[in-house]
Design a protein around this ligand. Structure first.
Ligand code: NAD
Ligand code: SF4
Length: 441
């Protein structure tokens, strides 16, 4: 059984409220951290090996230590709660059921970074969650953990919650900052990274909800103890939101040593595939990471069990290299169509492209049109090569990762399931002619 750090108290009735949370040891980590120096907290986070849980897996302590500290200039912590990656719903769970865990992590992190103002930028579709967070913020303030002179230490912190307007691109950190500043959410060119020039051109750390929540157990048990959980550079625990063709969809906390097979088939997690169907493929880290066929998913190319962690999932054995990503684990059984699934995703990325870069703006539309043709049964073999060509021209040629995220699923689908694309072309009479256009035009 995986060790629980973030969700250990999630089952307790009323844990959403300050008094219940406090009774379980909540805010003890704040009391401990405020007696430490900011540098000592950053050092603990570095030692823990915690990596960004939003998807990129960048080392959190390193990101914090990159924060510029010019005299007299404000610094900010911004929590990225714009969780919009298809298949990803772990941060929603944390904010809805454990809002104080996030707030506690924010107080410790803000103190470490020298920030007196912090924001939670939350996706527009999570419209009921700001009220939960605001209530928790008020409770924490009343108890002296937020506001002026926290616990008599002289440290001040205000937390504000900002609801987005429903654009996926605002989860990209620089688009998020633009949106927070009241502008259209267009990604900025990096560098400069937000750690140097972020919100209102001030040094800013942008971290995912789960990353900030993980700071609480790190302070409670120490960075060194946290680093003992997991394996290699995949330390600590990770939340996985599992969905698709599984018996038990939900949010699971895993220590990153369990095998993919155990995660899919054991009753502790996904509970297997309904009706005894066979596993066809999986997207292990949210829709932006490449799809993996069952044979490569369960075993490495050396025949060893594939493990649910950053290194094993990104193993070079995958032709296009998949990733742990955001932990949005989408399972497809033998009845699912990879072509149609890829078509759905391509529509999503076309719709969500901000339109700044030509390869992304035009390429996502072309990929959708070609995929629609193939799925409708009017495609040709040359369309598969054209689709391959279009995705290659997007990858690496755009301002932000949305372009890559749109290209990779298409590349992986062709690479691993080319025969299925060919079947659609060879069997036009089997296709629903208006698929795609009817749904999306
Ligand atoms: P990234 O690799 O560009 O950056 C990771 C983080 O490290 C950023 O915060 C960046 O500012 C920081 N960083 C990197 N180099 C730095 C440096 N030299 N100095 C200072 N800071 C530095 O990736 P990203 O754009 O943050 O994230 C992409 C990932 O987001 C994708 O892989 C995808 O999995 C994920 N994603 C998640 C969701 C979701 O809903 N959770 C949605 C879309 C995409
Ligand atoms: Fe916008 Fe796409 Fe360019 Fe990102 S890659 S900046 S979403 S056009």
């Amino acid at each position: 059984m995986s060790k629980k750090l973030l969700l250990k108290d999630a089952h307790i009735e009323g844990i959403r409220y300050f008094d219940v949370y406090r009774k379980q040891g909540g805010y003890d980590a704040v009391e401990k951290a405020l007696k430490m120096t900011p540098d000592a907290i950053t050092e603990e986070v570095k030692i823990s090996g915690l990596r960004g849980r939003g998807g990129a897996g960048f080392p959190t302590g390193m990101k914090w230590s990159f924060l510029a500290k010019p005299e007299g200039v404000a610094r900010y912590l911004v929590v990225n709660a714009d969780e919009s990656e298809p298949g990803t719903f772990k941060d929603r769970y944390l904010m809805e059921f454990l809002p104080h865990l996030l707030i506690e992590g924010m107080i410790i992190s803000s103190f470490a970074l020298g920030a007196n103002t912090a924001y939670i930028y939350i996706r527009g579709e999570y419209s009921w969650i700001p009220d939960i967070l605001e209530e928790a913020i008020e409770e924490a303030k009343k108890a002296g953990f937020l506001g002026k002179n926290i616990l008599g230490t002289g440290y001040d912190l205000e937390i504000y919650v900002q609801l987005g307007a429903g654009a996926y691109i605002c989860g990209e950190e620089t688009a998020l900052l633009e949106s927070l500043e009241g502008k259209r959410g267009n990604p900025r060119l990096k560098p400069p990274f937000p750690a140097v020039k972020g919100l209102w051109e001030c040094p800013t750390v942008v971290n995912n909800v789960e990353t900030i929540a993980a700071v609480v157990p790190i302070i409670n048990i120490s960075g060194a103890e946290y680093a003992k959980i997991g394996v290699g550079r995949s330390t600590g625990t990770k939340l996985i939101s599992a969905c698709g063709n599984i018996n038990k969809p939900g949010v699971y906390e895993i220590d990153m040593t369990i095998s993919v097979e155990e995660f899919i088939y054991s009753d502790e997690y996904c509970g297997g595939i309904p009706n005894g169907k066979k596993l066809k493929a999986c997207i292990p880290g949210g829709s932006s990471v490449p799809i993996v066929p069952a044979n490569l998913l369960l075993k490495t190319i050396n025949g060893e069990p594939r493990i649910m962690n950053y290194e094993s999932l990104a193993d070079g054995g995958f032709a296009t290299g998949t990733m742990m990503g955001s932990g949005g684990f989408i399972v497809l059984d033998e009845d699912q169509s990879v072509v149609k699934h890829t078509l759905t995703l391509s529509h999503f990325y076309m719709h969500e492209s901000c339109g700044q870069c030509t390869p992304c703006r035009e390429g996502t539309g072309w990929m959708w049109r070609i995929l629609t043709k193939i799925a409708n049964g009017t495609g040709t073999m040359a369309d598969i090569d054209l689709l391959w060509d279009v995705q290659r021209k997007i990858e690496g040629n755009t301002i932000c990762p949305l372009g890559d995220a749109a290209a990779w699923p298409v590349a992986a689908a062709i690479r691993h399931f080319r025969d299925e694309f060919e079947w659609y072309i060879d069997n036009p009479e089997s296709q629903t002619r208006n698929y795609g256009l009817a749904n999306y035009a």
